[in-house]
Design a binder for this molecule. Sequence first.
Ligand SMILES: *Cc1c(COP(=O)(O)O)cnc(C)c1O
Length: 362
Amino acid sequence: MPRPIEALIHADALTHNLGVARERAGGARVWAVVKANAYGHGLERVFEALRGADGFALLDLDEAERLRRLGWRGPVLLLEGCFEPRDLELCSRLNLWHTVHREAQIDWLSRHKTQTPHRVFLKLNSGMNRLGFSPTAFRSAWARLNALPQVDEIGLMTHFADADGAAGVAEQLASFESATAGLPGERSIANSAALLRHGLATAADWVRPGILVYGSAPDFPAHDIAHWGLRPTMTLRAQILAVQSLQPGDAVGYGRSFVADQPLRVGVVACGYADGYPRVAPSGTPVLVEGVRTRTVGRVSMDMIAVDLSPVPGAQPGSEVTLWGHGPRDSLLAIDEVARSAGTVGYELMCALAARVPVRMA
Ligand SMILES: *Cc1c(COP(=O)(O)O)cnc(C)c1O
């Protein structure tokens, strides 16, 4: 028998969540963001469920090739653009749209030999200070691009730093509007948080939802997935391998970080940090046993974690443990709650699902 742990990918939920993005987007077209191997879900696994997208946005050329191999003929956008000149050859061969965020990428394009001109998105740094031309350099970059025979239509894009937080999008939106005023071309600005929280104000021609498609709320705990009408797309579940009965003063796990102050049954679960469960998740992180909510106790080790069985006296080796996602009898543990306990975000947990965990479509 294989080790009793597996991840489930919920295809219906992916399709449903994409529908939520589409509703929020009004008439805008939707890039389903599938970078990082579809946020850890597996590009090949999510493809059919997300086929209804207008395009796919990602970063790795290898992932773009995989999408084409799956038979996707529609738009594919490289969110970081080309990393070196010869990447342009792949863009020509696979008809990839690419982001242009610095001068060198324009130089490369100007020397690139291609039969068909490329669709590009020119990126504005509207305040996040990650990628993009500054507002003062933006128009001259546009003019340079526009003069190249290698370039077809030029889209205009930017990315928000705090669409999920207090600062919101107003300042960056104003910067984008003034930098792009009067320029032709399609606009693309909204990530999940902008789409959910700021809606049509940021929708433009193309929106770029990622995390919402994967059933995590970008602004948790202010809002949870139920609030946004999203469904979990990944379940991580395992079984109890052994049960220990602790007496007051007994510890569990490395470093004896958890010590029982009363008699306590604990279940030892076949999931650890080598499966992608965060090692930093402290005692008290929520978990479901047979669909009943309880907590982890002690340190997460490489292959195991211990859980408090007091609320589930019937639990025994073989009992089902839900680390996140759907549990038995309609129970649910949002990945965002586990992430929060571990001091991180749902994005990181889903992306970190380890290669050794078998994955099934559900
Ligand atoms: C990752 C990414 C997105 C999607 O962001 P989410 O918060 O997952 O919706 C959109 N645009 C760019 C440029 C990105 O890098």
